[in-house]
Design a protein around this ligand. Structure first.
Ligand code: DGL
Length: 277
């Protein structure tokens, strides 16, 4: 195990497990380490500085665990930390390592889903305020009009296991009403937070039939498949023993496992990670 070169998957908490699930389905042979910074989640309302510092600490922890490639399976971290990590931090530590996010792969294809050319992006406050989706979708699909809505209460509801309880309905409807009030032509809603797929059923139940809801797991996984095909120098470094390890920054790993299994739709047995550099 010591010589393993796994793919690292990072999220502020549990949401990245929805992406991890899709990645394993499309790339089952590789070794993986998942790290959830649950002790400091949610990231969504935190400052740029904190999100960068926490994300970079976790990425370095994954590097030290042997990962040559790390996926930020978190929109907030992708929006607020990825650019600095790619353009500055990696150069100082190890330019041969790679860190990829979830926003660009999503922006590359989201234009294919809409007929009206109007989409709504639902995300955390941090993701929405960063304007990253406006910029990236503008690059890949300039004919698509993008509306955004921050949904700051969705992550706490999900992280506390309330997403499928009746109390969640009020806040699901509230943010959907707010985004749909921005335009009557939106036909596609993007769940631009890796936690939100857990609310997908409730979200769909409040939408008219012509509005489709898109989550990112399969999009990000497909993009990783393409990345590895285009980068044999990285692909050949990665070990392929089909192992999956889970780590959390919370010392109560049993609590992590309980919630993680809901996101992952499978058994999770985690260990504690002390990520502070
Ligand atoms: N999973 C994160 C995302 O995709 C959000 C969770 C958080 O706020 O920490 O944005």
């Amino acid at each position: 195990m010591l010589n393993n070169k796994p793919i690292g998957i990072f999220d502020s908490g549990y949401g990245g497990l929805t992406v991890f699930r899709s990645i394993i389905q499309q790339l089952p042979g590789y070794d993986y380490i998942y790290l959830g910074d649950t002790a400091r989640a949610p990231y969504g309302n935190r400052s740029f500085q904190s999100i960068h510092q926490y994300t970079w600490e976790c990425v370095q922890w994954l590097f030290n665990a042997g990962c040559p490639l790390v996926i930020l399976a978190c929109n907030t971290a992708s929006a607020k930390a990825l650019r600095t990590i790619q353009q500055k931090d990696l150069q100082n530590v190890d330019p041969s390592k790679r860190v990829l996010g979830v926003i660009r792969p999503t922006a590359e294809v989201i234009g294919n889903y809409t007929k009206t050319k109007e989409i709504g992006v639902l995300g955390t406050k941090g993701t929405v305020q960063s304007g990253s989706y406006l910029i990236e979708i503008g690059n890949f699909a300039p004919d698509v009009k993008v509306y955004q809505q921050a949904c700051p209460l969705w992550v706490p509801l999900i992280e506390n296991g309330e997403h499928d309880k009746p109390g969640a309905d009020y806040f699901v409807k509230k943010y959907l009403d707010e985004i749909l009030a921005q335009s009557a032509n939106i036909d596609t809603l993007l769940l631009a937070c890796t936690h939100y797929p857990l609310l997908q059923q409730k979200i769909s139940s409040y939408l008219p039939g012509h509005i489709q809801v898109i989550s990112q797991g399969d999009i990000v996984a497909k993009s990783l498949v393409d990345y590895l095909l285009r980068h044999p120098e990285m692909e050949s470094k990665l070990t392929k023993n089909s192992t999956q390890q889970f780590f959390t920054t919370t010392d109560d790993t049993a609590d992590f496992d309980h919630y993680a299994e809901i996101f992952f739709s499978g058994p999770v047995k985690s260990a504690f990670a002390d990520v502070k550099c």
